[in-house]
Design a protein around this ligand. Structure first.
Ligand code: 7RM
Length: 635
């Protein structure tokens, strides 16, 4: 499509136009999509409520843009290539035509089970093509999907299902990930004990582990497909959606104990995901594009499914993990499918880097043209390793900064266009108006200074609300700084005007690119029977970026501290999921508090980082002896 930026001048022109006349800029881009009806107004907004409306009055269906319109010239082109967890299992290819058939059939399954536009559906599936099919089938009939990552516990799933009042769950018997299989349906069964809103569970066969199937509620995916085929329900007309109808909910952690359901709507999200995909990665027809994210995270939504498919790309989906059967798996996949664009996370790069070059040396990586990074700051060592050993110093690295809430990439080099710089996400994409703000809320104009990263003007992919609680959306993002969206990230703008994200400035820890709220982990730890109080902070971790360090007060001394740590860990696993388990648990007598009772996390963070000599101002401490004790017993 011809909104592709091809030079620095194109970028500068696009950027200035996007600021001087945002409506004309986005209207010209939106013109490249298929609409049932065009918009009456491009943008209507205020950050006070907030109320954000893009392409008001327009009607469309995102799956028509992601599938149907490519049937004219790309019917037999692969839309999705799928590589299994086990390298011996045959890979699968779905052409656009086949994807269309499968999405239509499954959309009819949903309808046949009573699903209507606006209904919420929870999807808890392994990384198989049917996950993408389920997502697209929801979008086709206007049902709102809420994909939950396979690593979350039954309790977390139940919380999300209850929050969105989902009427259906789509899952699988189990999933393969590395050497393990996960009993997905069992976890769902545990969750559903708490979820009366769920009337139907559709279960895909994947691992064929024994599972319970409850009469009237649980149905096999394959049987349901046969049913609609027998009924002759083959085609499925896309539901006509309003631009601002809800497309999906995706839960993400913040500084409070309860994850928020970030809501994205149809038109703006589609335009933004597609525009950024095309420009950042410079996708060319026939390129093979491989994003290693899980569809349970926003990266999978925007850059495995919606962005690439909206552009008629070939998107490669991988079921497994980077280190199974060995640390050469990504490179085998690149070699096998001649991948041109690879988009992965710093945590994966660091872990593969640590495994050594033996796993890289015999792999043909010459097909690669562009490398991407997402999820957390990429350190210089990992950036250089990625550049030299994977890109052979010939592939631009796009370090893409964005969030679940932004829907798509916000700050990033444009591959081959923007001059890159290790650790820097570089420059804002067209339409993205950044602002650095100091503690007092004053805008920082000069370069070479750090501040809190804000965005002062709407972009089409932005969050519209937090599901069921609009006030929470306002409080979280739009109140800290008046008339700005606050990202929660700290950021440096250097002398060249390049942006470098330094990390969260709120109580969110980024473990392997996964956002985890300290309050959430503390709540889970505090549920353990012997815990009186706890405080959780992040600390630098060689592979994961950040690890979770927990300071815990027990109501009596433990006879076996190692065992108690494992018990606490298991409790966190049960309440949130294994990803939130603390790396380190230190038992303490007390926590450093101010006279007003606030935990001084700054001090705990310093100790966890090993920087005990620079605890900063400790004059407001209620009891300085507590800190001495914590320092002396540091893990
Ligand atoms: C896409 C995604 C968002 C948070 C964000 C940052 C951090 C993401 C980068 C990054 C430095 C990057 N969505 N983050 N990308 N930090 N450089 N390129 O990750 O909602 O799950 O997380 O992740 O702190 O606020 S997310």
């Amino acid at each position: 499509m011809n909104f592709q930026i091809k030079s620095l001048k194109d970028y500068q022109d696009a950027y200035s136009k996007s600021v001087s006349d945002p409506e004309a800029f986005w209207a010209a881009i939106a013109d490249h999509f298929q609409w049932k009806r065009k918009w009456d107004q491009v943008l209507k907004w205020n950050f006070k409520e907030p109320k954000i409306e893009w392409f008001k009055g327009a009607k469309l269906n995102i799956t028509e843009n992601c599938i149907d319109r490519h049937l004219v010239d790309k019917a037999d082109q692969p839309a999705i290539i799928w590589e299994a967890n086990d390298p011996h299992e045959h890979h699968r290819v779905l052409t656009y035509k086949q994807l269309h058939q499968k999405v239509c059939l499954f959309a009819n399954v949903l309808k046949n089970n009573g699903v209507k536009k606006g209904d919420r559906i929870c999807i808890y599936m392994p990384m198989v093509p049917e996950l993408a099919i389920a997502v697209l089938a929801c979008a086709r009939i206007g049902a709102i999907h809420s994909v939950v990552f396979g690593g979350f516990s039954a309790q977390s799933i139940a919380d999300r299902i209850k929050d969105a009042q989902c009427e259906m769950v789509i899952t699988a018997d189990g999933g393969f990930r590395g050497a393990k299989d996960t009993p997905l349906k069992n976890v769902i069964d545990d969750a559903l004990v708490q979820c009366p809103s769920v009337k139907t569970v559709i279960v895909l066969t994947r691992t064929r582990t024994p599972i319970s199937m409850i009469k009237g509620r649980d149905k096999w995916w394959e049987d349901e497909i046969k049913k609609v085929e027998t009924l002759g329900l083959i085609d499925c007309e896309p539901e006509v959606m309003d631009a601002e109808d809800e497309l999906f909910i995706l839960y993400t952690s913040g500084s409070t104990g309860k994850p928020k359901g970030v809501v994205h709507t149809c038109a703006g999200y589609m335009v933004y995901a597609a525009y950024t995909f095309q420009n950042v990665f410079q996708y060319q027809p026939k390129d093979i594009y491989f994003c290693t994210a899980d569809i349970g995270w926003i990266t999978g939504h925007s850059y495995i499914i919606y962005g690439p498919l909206a552009q008629g790309a070939t998107t490669l989906m991988f079921e497994g993990v980077p280190t199974y059967p060995d640390a050469g798996r990504f490179w085998d996949i690149v070699d096998k499918f001649k991948v041109n664009i690879l988009y992965t996370a710093p945590t994966a790069i660091r872990s593969l880097m640590q495994s050594g070059l033996d796993y890289v040396k015999d792999k043909d990586l010459s097909s690669l043209k562009v490398l991407g990074s997402v999820g957390e700051p990429i350190n210089e060592e990992a950036w250089n390793w990625y550049n030299e050993n994977i890109g052979k110093s010939k592939c631009p690295i796009v370090d893409t900064w964005w969030q679940t809430e932004t829907g798509g990439i916000m700050i990033s080099p444009i591959a081959g266009v923007t001059k890159t710089k290790p650790c820097y996400a570089t420059l804002p994409l067209p339409g993205v108006q950044l602002e650095l703000v100091d503690e007092k809320g004053e805008v920082i104009e000069e370069n070479g200074v750090s501040g809190n990263l804000c965005i002062k003007f709407p972009w089409p992919g932005m969050i519209r609300t937090t599901y069921g609680d609009h006030e929470r959306c306002r409080q979280t993002y739009f109140v800290t700084y008046e008339n700005k969206y606050f990202t929660g990230d700290g950021c440096l703008r250097d002398e060249d005007g390049y942006y470098r994200i330094t990390g969260r400035v709120d109580d969110v820890i980024n473990v392997s690119g996964h956002r985890i709220g300290t309050a959430e982990v503390e709540n889970a730890i505090n549920m353990f029977t012997d815990v009186v109080e706890s405080a959780v902070v992040g600390y630098p971790h060689e592979i994961k970026g950040q690890g979770i360090y927990a300071y815990v007060i027990l109501n009596h001394d433990s006879d076996d501290e190692e065992l108690t740590r494992k018990d606490i860990s298991m409790t966190v696993s049960r309440i949130i999921g294994a990803i939130a388990r603390p790396e380190k648990i230190q038992f303490v007598k007390g926590l450093p508090k101010t006279r007003s009772g606030k935990i001084m996390r700054r001090i705990l963070r310093k100790i966890a980082e090993g920087d005990v000599a620079n605890l900063g101002d400790t004059s407001t401490l209620l009891d300085p002896a507590v800190v001495e004790d914590i320092k002396n017993n540091k893990l």
